[in-house]
Design a binder for this molecule. Structure first.
Ligand code: PLP
Length: 338
């Protein structure tokens, strides 16, 4: 039994998902005549209470397209210092949009309205123009923490007051939704644009959507083509996405329960210094000084458990659709013997 805790992107399509893909009706999406892509876009837009959505190959692309649409070269966007858009998208903010980022030190990946208010540049010729605020929910590098609806709304109020655009990197938004009392439509009301990944906890092989109003999506379509993301018979992929939205949202709670149990076991182990609080499906922990992360990862690998380092003494485990109770049991057992 191989256990892969590196990421929730490692899942493979189930038999039922493959069947849905196999049976998809397809067309050419660059001509906007892809019935299954159109269906997925409509379904997602409706779910979030927005006018339109755009299917893209990755969450990096949906985020980068959103940044491009919302800004002009020379502008500044505001985000938490751990943000994916800043740390893990290859410098795309500057490369694609000619925009700089001002990083705010949030609380476990979450920025506050007060911080935001204090970070917006006044309008002087010599100051960088602040035009966009990006938040991440759940926050990946911060360990899967989530925002409350009120926190997101307070940030929205500041954005509105200062005429800033407001983007949500919702790569794992459904992980946040199943733990909270807000719905996708509640978020659609707050944000100008939302990026949603199907290839993380939802278990689809490929794909993300950018959700927004008609005008945003019209511009986004054009930029997607420029970025090389115009796909043709993408309905095979969209079918997996539709299947994922219909079947794999509520079960995210199981991933969270397994992550919590694993974290609780781990917090009692001598070679682990501390485990960050676990709110969803991500466990970040620090090994004590004596154990090098590479050594720990190697030891796990010898038991067919895959993991990767996450900076200095830290390791990240992510639970997902293809991590079951038997794997949880095995992982706990192996960890106790190290
Ligand atoms: C995974 C992820 C993305 C997008 O990643 P892709 O691999 O490009 O799909 C964006 N934001 C966050 C927070 C993520 O975890």
């Amino acid at each position: 039994m191989i256990v892969d805790l590196r990421s929730d992107t490692v899942t493979k399509p189930s038999k039922e998902m493959l069947e849905a893909m196999f049976n998809a009706e397809v067309g050419d999406d660059v001509f906007a005549e892809e019935p299954t892509v159109n269906a997925l876009e409509e379904k997602t837009a409706k779910l979030f209470g927005k006018e339109a959505a755009l299917f893209c190959p990755s969450g990096t692309m949906t985020n980068q397209i959103a940044i491009k649409v919302h800004t002009q070269p020379g502008d500044e966007l505001l985000c938490d210092s751990t943000a994916h858009i800043y740390n893990y998208e290859g410098g795309g903010i500057s490369f694609n949009s000619g925009v700089q980022a001002k990083l705010l030190p949030g609380e476990r990946g979450r920025i506050s309205a007060k911080q935001l208010e204090e970070s917006i540049n006044p309008s002087f010729d010599w100051l960088t123009r602040t035009s966009l605020v990006c938040v991440e929910n759940t926050a990946n590098r911060a360990g899967g923490s989530y925002y409350s609806l009120q926190q997101m709304q307070e940030l929205a109020d500041v954005c509105k007051k200062h005429q800033l655009r407001y983007h949500l990197d919702g790569a794992r938004i459904f992980n946040a939704i199943v733990e909270n009392d807000y719905t996708p439509a509640d978020l659609g009301k707050i944000f100008d644009s939302i990026s949603v990944c199907l290839s993380k906890g939802l278990g689809a092989p490929v794909g993300s959507l950018l959700v927004g109003n008609k005008e945003l999506v019209r511009q986004a379509r054009r930029i997607r083509k420029v970025f090389g993301g115009g796909m043709r018979q993408a309905g095979y992929l969209a079918a997996a996405g539709i299947y994922a939205l219909d079947n794999n949202v509520n079960r995210l709670k199981d991933d969270h329960a397994r992550a919590k149990q694993l974290a609780s076991t781990m917090s009692k182990l001598g070679f682990i210094d501390n485990v960050l609080p676990v709110d969803t499906n991500i466990i970040i922990f620090n090994l004590n000084e004596k154990l090098k992360p590479e050594e720990f990862v190697k030891k796990l690998a010898s038991h067919d458990i895959k993991a990767t380092g996450f900076g200095k003494q830290a390791i990240r485990f992510v639970t997902h659709l293809d991590f079951n109770d038997a794997m949880l049991e095995k992982t706990e057992k192996v960890l106790k013997t190290l």
